[in-house]
Design a protein around this ligand. Structure first.
Ligand code: ADP
Ligand code: GLC
Length: 486
C-alpha cells in the first residue's frame, strides 16, 4: 500500500508540538508493516540545514509562484519537499514571525502544500505513481482533499484532526486564484461562517476523518469542543466516517533504558538511576537538594489550551500560604503573560521552583527522566503525548479528565497510573497535586505505581495497525455517496 502523509511538521526536521512527533513516527511504523509510506513537507530553512542531498522531480509554475518538487531520504523517512524559497525559506516557527504574527501569506503557503500533496498523491511523481491513500494532517493540509475532489481523482483521502481549535480560516480567499472551484464556497463545501476554512475542507472532502483519541472523537461532535464543526462531525460519525485512534510513542526516541539525552539510563526494575537523573536536574537548576521532596514538571506550549494558568495560580496561592511541599520545574514557551508568570514564581522561590522559557528537546528528556510527576492541566487535549512520555519514564501524570488524557490516565480504578481531576479550576488541580504528594510519601506504593506505569504498552505498532485497518476495512467511496445523500 502506498501512503502519502501531508503535514506542516515532522520530527526531527521541524517541530512545534506533538503533530511533528506523530508525522515523524507513523510513516516509519507503517513501513515496518510493509507499506510504502512517504511524507510531503515544505522545504523550510530548518530542513535545508539538515538535508544535504535532494533530487529534483519536477519544476512547475503554480498559483503561488515557481516551485520545484524534490525527493530526499532522512533517517529512514522518505520525503517529498516543496522547494519554494519565497514561501518557506524563513527562520524560526513555520507559522508566524518573531512577533507571533501569522505570516500574511499563510493562505498561499499552505494551499500550495495541499496542492502539491494532492498532485504527488495523484501520480505527479511518475516513478512512484498514484498513492493508494493521501493522509493529510491538520488544517495546513486540509485543502488537499478538495483538490483531489476538484480533479475527480480516485485517490482515497484521510484527514486526521490533531487540534480542532486551529482551523485555517482565511478571509477573502479567492478559490479560483488558488486553482479550486469557486462553487466549493458553500456550506456543503469549505465555506465556514462566510470565510474559507482549510480545516473544514479537510473534514468535508476527505473520505475518512480521524482524530487522535476516542474521547476527543466523541467530544468534537458536540458544542463547545467542536468549535463550530460539531454538526458536520456528528454527521460524519453517523456515517461511520469519524474514527478515534490514539497516538503512540516512538520507543526509539522515548525509552529510559536507551535514551542518550539523559544522565543515567533506567528501567522499571532498576529505578535507582532515576534518582540520579532527579538530583542532576535539581542541581542544574539550583534547587535545594538537601530536602527530600517530590519533583513535579511541566513541558508544554504555553497556550490557553494547556491550562498552565491554573497551575501558575495554584503555585502562587501556595507561595502566599507559606510555600510548597514539592519542587517544580517548567519548560515551555508561548503566551508572554504565562512566561512572565512562571519566571516570577521561580524568582519568588528559587530553591523550589525553576523555569526555562524556550524550546529545548534535550531538556525535555532530562525533565521527564528526573520527574516524579508531570502535570498536564489541559482545558482540552486531543491526545497529548507528554503524559505518555511521563508514563514510560515513571513520571506519573497529573491530568484533567479530557480527550486523550482521559483515555490514558486513570485514578481510583484498575490500572491506576496517575492523578486525575475533573474541573477547570485551580482548586481541583491543587487537590490532585496534594494526592500526588501524599502518595509519593508512601514510597513503596509510589514506586509500585511507577513500575506498573513504565510497563504499559503505548508503542506506535498498535496505532499503525489501527490506521491500516481503517484504510483497508472501510469502503470509503460507497460511504461517501451515502453521506452526500444525507
Ligand atoms: P501539543 O502538540 O498540543 O503541543 P503534545 O503533548 O501532543 O501537545 O506534544 C507536545 C510535544 O512537544 C511533546 O513532544 C513535548 O515534549 C514537546 N514540547 C512542548 N514544549 C516543549 C518545549 N518548550 N521544549 C521542548 N519540547 C517541547
Ligand atoms: C495536537 C494536540 C495534542 C496531540 C498532538 C498530536 O497538537 O494538541 O493533544 O497529542 O496534536 O496528535
Amino acid at each position: 500500500m502506498k501512503i502519502l502523509h501531508a503535514a506542516s511538521e515532522c520530527f526531527p526536521l521541524i517541530k512545534t508540538g506533538g503533530l511533528a512527533d506523530v508525522v515523524g513516527a507513523l510513516p516509519l511504523y507503517q513501513q515496518n508493516l510493509g507499506c510504502d509510506a512517504r511524507v510531503i513537507l515544505p522545504f523550510y530553512s530548518a530542513l535545508r540545514e539538515k538535508i544535504s542531498e535532494t533530487h529534483a522531480i519536477f519544476r512547475t509554475d503554480s498559483f503561488a509562484g515557481d516551485v520545484t518538487l524534490r525527493y530526499a531520504e532522512y533517517q529512514g523517512l522518505k520525503l517529498y519537499l516543496i522547494d519554494a524559497p519565497h514561501l518557506y525559506d524563513r527562520d524560526g516557527n513555520p507559522y508566524y514571525d518573531c512577533y507571533y504574527r501569522d505570516y500574511s501569506d499563510n493562505c498561499n503557503r499552505f494551499a500550495l502544500l495541499s496542492w502539491a500533496a494532492a498532485a504527488i498523491a495523484d501520480g505527479a511523481d511518475q516513478l512512484w505513481g498514484k498513492a493508494d491513500i493521501l493522509h493529510a494532517h491538520d488544517w495546513q493540509t486540509g485543502l488537499a482533499a478538495a483538490y483531489l475532489r476538484h480533479w475527480g481523482s480516485s485517490v482515497q483521502s484521510v484527514f486526521t484532526i490533531h487540534n480542532i481549535a486551529y482551523q485555517g480560516v482565511f478571509i477573502g480567499c479567492d478559490l479560483a486564484r488558488i486553482w479550486l472551484d469557486p462553487m466549493m464556497f458553500q456550506m456543503e463545501g469549505l465555506e465556514f461562517y462566510g470565510n474559507v476554512s482549510f480545516l473544514k475542507a479537510g473534514i468535508f472532502y476527505s473520505d475518512q476523518v480521524s482524530t487522535v483519541s476516542q474521547t476527543y472523537a466523541s467530544e468534537i461532535t458536540r458544542y463547545p469542543a467542536g468549535n463550530g464543526m460539531e454538526g458536520l462531525l456528528a454527521a460524519r460519525k453517523r456515517e461511520k466516517r469519524l474514527t478515534g485512534i490514539l497516538n503512540g510513542i516512538d520507543t526509539d526516541i522515548w525509552n529510559p533504558a536507551t535514551d542518550e539525552l539523559i544522565p543515567k539510563n533506567f528501567t522499571a526494575k532498576k529505578l535507582a538511576n532515576k534518582k540520579i537523573c532527579k538530583n542532576t536536574l535539581r542541581r542544574n537548576f539550583g534547587l535545594n537538594t538537601r530536602r527530600r521532596l517530590p519533583l513535579l514538571v511541566m513541558i508544554s506550549r504555553l497556550a490557553e489550551q494547556k491550562g498552565a494558568d491554573l497551575l501558575a495560580r495554584n503555585l502562587e496561592n501556595r507561595l502566599d500560604a507559606g510555600g510548597l511541599n514539592f519542587q517544580f520545574v517548567i519548560l515551555g514557551s508561548g503566551e508572554k503573560y504565562l512566561e512572565d508568570w512562571f519566571n516570577y514564581l521561580a524568582w519568588r522561590d528559587p530553591k523550589n521552583i525553576a523555569s526555562y522559557i524556550g524550546y529545548n528537546e534535550k531538556l525535555s528528556h532530562e525533565m521527564v527522566a528526573a520527574a516524579d510527576a508531570i502535570v498536564i492541566p489541559s482545558r482540552f487535549e486531543p491526545c497529548g503525548l507528554t503524559q505518555l512520555y511521563g508514563l514510560a519514564y515513571g513520571a506519573l501524570p497529573i491530568v484533567r479528565r479530557t480527550g486523550g488524557l482521559a483515555d490514558t490516565v486513570f485514578e481510583g480504578v484498575d490500572g491506576e497510573n496517575g492523578f486525575v481531576f475533573n474541573y477547570e479550576y485551580e482548586h481541583d488541580l491543587g487537590l490532585a497535586i496534594d494526592r500526588f504528594v501524599a502518595t509519593w510519601k508512601n514510597q513503596k506504593q509510589f514506586e509500585a505505581m511507577q513500575t506498573a506505569a513504565m510497563q504499559e504498552e503505548h508503542s506506535w505498532e498498535k496505532a499503525a495497525n489501527n490506521y491500516l485497518e481503517m484504510y483497508l476495512s472501510f469502503d470509503i467511496k460507497s460511504a461517501k455517496k451515502e453521506g452526500e445523500e444525507l
